[in-house]
Structure formats: structure tokens, C-alpha cells
Design a protein around this ligand. Structure first.
Ligand SMILES: Nc1ncnc2c1ncn2[C@@H]1O[C@H](COP(=O)(O)OP(=O)(O)OP(=O)(O)O)[C@@H](O)[C@H]1O
Length: 459
């Protein structure tokens, strides 16, 4: 894509002199007033603007130039602005830089210096764009399967890397869906036990009377129905890692038995008194406040100290700076690939909605929302509405020109009309106040399915 430069200069002589300074591989537009400059900004989306501060109606001062500088920085903050000032106008140059201009250039015109300054700004703009692209795809950790950019999660991953090679019992706490099991698996994968089993059991999901035999196994004849002996989860994890999810929900009698195992590293199957030595690393997780469970008499304090030799407190997604967006982007990429909808990206309003939403169900909730959006999105852009998130921005805050606004609005209106008319084209056309052929043209243009069957089997 060619680079674009907008020259804002009210003197026609200088306008053409400046235009001549730049080679043909640069797309150059010229504007002489604030209004025409803003129109060109929206149309051209320039990488760099040279801005003469002395614009009409204040050609002798700088008020109009400063107003335009503010407009440009608000509407298109990534555009690099070089202010052009009079020979003795150092004060305004400094003020403009303070406001956010990237450089300044003093008249009279010197072609070499001007091209040098503009090329430098173009290069800066290119580097910043590359950097933005890199940042949006970069993962702050190299642990397989974990996507994180926030300092909080990056620090947890660092701790995890240090703890993994040891055998210390680790307690991972955090709200539901924050990735506790994912971290437990990473602890296993990064340890010397990775070639051995990883056995997981959810203490809250198994009825109390079955949990003991699930964990410790049983001998033939131990209870009605025990027609043969069976290993429990602890034994089947021998050599590897045992993950006890929702440890806070473990019944008291079993807590005593687990404590004995952690102290002596032997288990007794149900119905047996012969201890079996087992070598496992234990990782526990809970979404509950274990300290409160201890206070209310529902959790043994001695067991707590045994299982929490190291604790990892996983913050909720809303507390991690920047994670929501990088995880959402990574999910969109992988789910898009899985569902044969590659190259999807989030619209500006989706990006804002993802960053401001509280994600009470954390990453698990995000997976569901992104999965839905991957199916629902029309075209390549996933909107806040596709994610079923509220968009708090008006289109003009984020969209640069009318084409973008119009297309988004048209696409939404057509989809709604088709849905509310049960995909009856004549009725939808009436609702939209257009003829049927026009509606067909529009559904073709936006690649919107115009029958219920096609819309539901589209993906
Ligand atoms: N940082 C992350 N990067 C990528 N995927 C993640 C991340 N955190 C969580 N996930 C994914 O989110 C889903 C939920 O994670 P996980 O099951 O580990 O959460 P949990 O805290 O154990 O939940 P619960 O308390 O409900 O058992 C999983 O599919 C997991 O792979």
C-alpha cells in the first residue's frame, strides 16, 4: 500500500512547491483550510500531515492551525503531524509538539530538509504500525496453550516455570474459568513427570459416597457391586500429577484421608488395610476462599498448609491489564480456523466492548461469546453485537469515513429486516423501503444470506 501525505497549506504557490518535493510513489493531497483538510483526512487516511499553523481565517496567527491539530490527533491519533511555522516562531512549534505533533519545520521552504523531515515521520509511522500489529499478536509467555500479556499473568507464568520442576504441592485459586486447570496442566507438562499420567478429579462433581473410591480405589468385595478391585485416581496418576479440582468442596472425612496420603505418600484402597506407596505430585485448585472455609470449620487447617506449599492466585480476567483483548484475538484466530472462517478480525466497537466488559465467567465465557460471534459475523469484521456485548460508542467516534458507517448500518438493517420478515424478500424490501432487485443487489454486495436455510447452514 502506498504511503500517503496530506499537505495543509493555504498559499497556492507554496502548495505546488511542496507537492513537487515528493516522489511519485507517495500519494499526496493538498488542503488550504481546516474543513478541506479534515475532509481529506477522512478520505485519504494519511500517514503524515504537514500542517501550516497560519490558516484562514487567522492566517497571521496560529489559532486555526492549533484547532486543526487537535482535530487530527483526536480523529486519527496514529497520523504523524509535522507543523510548519514561520522563521521566528519557536514558541508555537514547542506548543504544537507539546500537544502531540511529532515534529516541526520552519519556513522558508527547503526541499531537502522538508523531504528529510517527512520521510522520517513516514518511517516512524510505519514502525508504529508494525509495532501495533506485533503487539496485537504477541503472547507474553511461551507456555503452551496459555495466552497472556498482562504483567499479572506473565508473573504467574514465571512462577509456574520455576515451580514446575520441583515436586511442591501447589494450590491454584481463582474465579471459575480463569484457567486454573490450564495452569495445572502446564505445571505437569513443564515437569519431569510430563511423560507420566495427569489425572484430574473434580471433588465437587462426584457424590460424597463415591469420591473416596474414585480417589483411593477399592478392593473386590469392599462394598456391594465391587466385583473386582479397581485403582483410584491417585494410584493411576503414579509417577505423574494428580489434579484435585474444587478441593474446597472435599468432605471432611476424606480431607483426613488425603492429609494422611500427603504426609505418608501411601494409600489404602477402600476395603484394604495394605498400604500402597504412590509417587504423585499434587496440584489443587479452588474458586472458594479456603481461609473462610477454615474459619467456618469446613476445611482442615493442617490440610491447607499441606496443599499450599506454593499458591498461585489467578486474577479474574477483568483485573488483568490487556489480557481480555489478546485472548479474544487468539480465540478468534483458532476458532475461525476450526470453523472454516479464517481472517476474521474485531471491529473497533468490539475491541472496546471486549476491553470494558467485566467477564464474570472469565475465559470460559469468552470462548462461548467468540464462538458465537465466529458463526454470526457477516463479512470479515466481528462486531460487539456479534459478541452479544454492548457497544458504548457512536459510529463516528471510531469510524473514519461515511463509507464505513454506511456499510455497517446497511448491513445491520438488512440482516434485521430479513430476520424479522422470516427471510421473505418482498416483505424485507418493503420494510427497508427499497425494491426487491435493490435488496438482492445489497445482499449480494454484503454477502448476506437471503434465505433462512442458507443463513442457518451458512457455516
Ligand atoms: N490464559 C489463557 N489462554 C488461553 N486459554 C485459556 C486461558 N485461560 C483459560 N483458558 C481456557 O479457558 C477455559 C477455562 O479454563 P480452565 O478450565 O482452566 O478454568 P478453571 O479456572 O479451571 O475453571 P473452573 O474453576 O470452572 O474449573 C479452558 O478452555 C482453557 O483452555
Amino acid at each position: 500500500m502506498s504511503k500517503r501525505l496530506l499537505i495543509v497549506e493555504d498559499d497556492p504557490g507554496l502548495q505546488s512547491q511542496m507537492r513537487w518535493c515528493f516522489s511519485e510513489d507517495l500519494e499526496v493531497a493538498v488542503a488550504g483550510t481546516r474543513e478541506t483538510a479534515l475532509a481529506a483526512l477522512r478520505r485519504l487516511e494519511p500517514d503524515v500531515v504537514t500542517l501550516d499553523l497560519g490558516l484562514p481565517p487567522d492566517p497571521g496567527g496560529a489559532s486555526e492551525g492549533f484547532a486543526l491539530l487537535e482535530d487530527i490527533l483526536r480523529l486519527s491519533p496514529q497520523t504523524k503531524v509535522i507543523v510548519v511555522t514561520g522563521r521566528e516562531d519557536k514558541e508555537n512549534a514547542v506548543k504544537a509538539i507539546g500537544m502531540g505533533a511529532c515534529d516541526f519545520y520552519q519556513k522558508p521552504l527547503d526541499a531537502d530538509i522538508l523531504t528529510f523531515v517527512v520521510n522520517r515521520a513516514l518511517r516512524l509511522s510505519e514502525l508504529e504500525r508494525e509495532n501495533r500489529e506485533l503487539q496485537s499478536t504477541q503472547n507474553g509467555t511461551t507456555i503452551k496453550g496459555i495466552v497472556a500479556a498482562s504483567p499479572q499473568m506473565v508473573s504467574i507464568c514465571r512462577t509456574l516455570e520455576k515451580v514446575a520442576p520441583t515436586d511442591v504441592t501447589t494450590l491454584i485459586s481463582g474465579e471459575t474459568g480463569t484457567g486454573k486447570e490450564l495452569l495445572a496442566r502446564a505445571l505437569h507438562d513443564l515437569s519431569h513427570r510430563s511423560g507420566k499420567p495427569f489425572a484430574a478429579i473434580n471433588c465437587a462433581a462426584i457424590p460424597e459416597n463415591l469420591l473416596e473410591s474414585e480417589l483411593f480405589g477399592y478392593e473386590k468385595g469392599a462394598f456391594t457391586g465391587a466385583t473386582q478391585s479397581k485403582k483410584g485416581k491417585i494410584e493411576s496418576a503414579n509417577g505423574g500429577t494428580l489434579f484435585l479440582d474444587e478441593i474446597g468442596d472435599m468432605p471432611m472425612p476424606l480431607q483426613a484421608k488425603l492429609l494422611r496420603f500427603l504426609q505418608e505418600r501411601v494409600i489404602d484402597r477402600v476395603g484394604s488395610v495394605t498400604p500402597i506407596p504412590v509417587d504423585v505430585r499434587v496440584v489443587c485448585a479452588t474458586h472458594r476462599e479456603v481461609r473462610q472455609l477454615i474459619d467456618s470449620g469446613d476445611f482442615r487447617e493442617d490440610l491447607y498448609y499441606r496443599i499450599s506449599e506454593i499458591t498461585l492466585d489467578v486474577p479474574a480476567l477483568r483485573e488483568r491489564d490487556g489480557d481480555a483483548l489478546v485472548i479474544a484475538k487468539s480465540l478468534l484466530k483458532s476458532l475461525g480456523k476450526q470453523m472454516d472462517r479464517p481472517n476474521l478480525s474485531f471491529s473497533e466497537d468490539a475491541v472496546r466492548a471486549i476491553s470494558s466488559y467485566a467477564w464474570p465467567g472469565n475465559v470460559r465465557e469468552m470462548i462461548n461469546k467468540v464462538k458465537r460471534a465466529t458463526i454470526m459475523a457477516d463479512g470479515k469484521r466481528v462486531t460487539a453485537a456479534d459478541l452479544e456485548l454492548e457497544s458504548d460508542v457512536s459510529p463516528m467516534d471510531t469510524q473514519l469515513n461515511l463509507r464505513q458507517v454506511r456499510e455497517t448500518a446497511e448491513r445491520q438493517a438488512i440482516t434485521q429486516a430479513l430476520q424479522s420478515s422470516n427471510f421473505n424478500m418482498a416483505q424485507a424490501a418493503r420494510l427497508l423501503g427499497v425494491t426487491r432487485p435493490t435488496l438482492y443487489n445489497l445482499t449480494d454486495k454484503y454477502k448476506i444470506e437471503s434465505s433462512a436455510e442458507a443463513a442457518s447452514t451458512r457455516h
